[in-house]
Unconditional design. Structure first.
Length: 177
């Protein structure tokens, strides 16, 4: 089993979409796998502040254990601020797992750092990933970064690679124990 990876921004030329340019960047984070993705998302928010726009969409799916208090979710306030800066070029969704309270899959809106975010109480599903990759005809311009525990990472890398229209070289991943 391969562990590790190589996340950089901008993506190395051997990975970057050539025909369409980057139209969408998708981040999928599980638990502490949010660490390297947080750095790239923060950089993109700073770039948007400097330049006024990115010219592509940033989608971020983050799954972590429900620890009971939103303030305890790693980087949540910072992510809310990043996506507030990204505005209409960014979409963020938090998935909380592990608590028996409420119905699985329930959704709610919570206010974090002045930004309303959507919280879904279940694990990220394959359909969530497919939705974020964009329309099939545009997926050649989608970069996908996946980081988390090996089981989650393997599952979503496989789903992304099998997704119609996705270029395998545009799927980058790291595994965390």
């Amino acid at each position: 089993m391969r562990v590790g990876g190589s996340f950089v921004w901008p993506p190395p030329l051997r990975y970057a979409p050539h025909s369409q340019g980057i139209r969408r960047v998708v981040f999928v984070a599980g638990g502490v796998g949010v660490n390297p993705l947080m750095s790239i998302a923060s950089f993109l928010a700073e770039q948007k502040m400097r330049e006024g726009k990115l010219g592509f969409e940033v989608w971020f799916l983050y799954s972590t254990k429900d620890v009971g208090e939103m303030e305890e979710v790693l980087f949540l306030e910072r992510l809310a601020s990043v996506f507030q800066l990204l505005g209409d070029e960014g979409r963020f969704q938090l998935f909380l797992t592990g608590r028996k309270k409420g119905k699985g899959g329930s959704k709610e809106k919570v206010l974090v750092a002045g930004k309303e975010i959507e919280v879904t109480r279940r694990r990220i599903a394959g359909v969530d990933l497919l939705d974020t990759l964009g329309p099939v005809e545009e997926r050649g311009g989608t970069m996908c970064y996946i980081c988390g525990v090996p089981g989650m990472t393997d599952e979503f890398v496989e789903k992304a690679r099998k997704a119609e229209g996705m270029a395998k070289e545009n799927i980058l991943f790291e595994k965390w124990w």
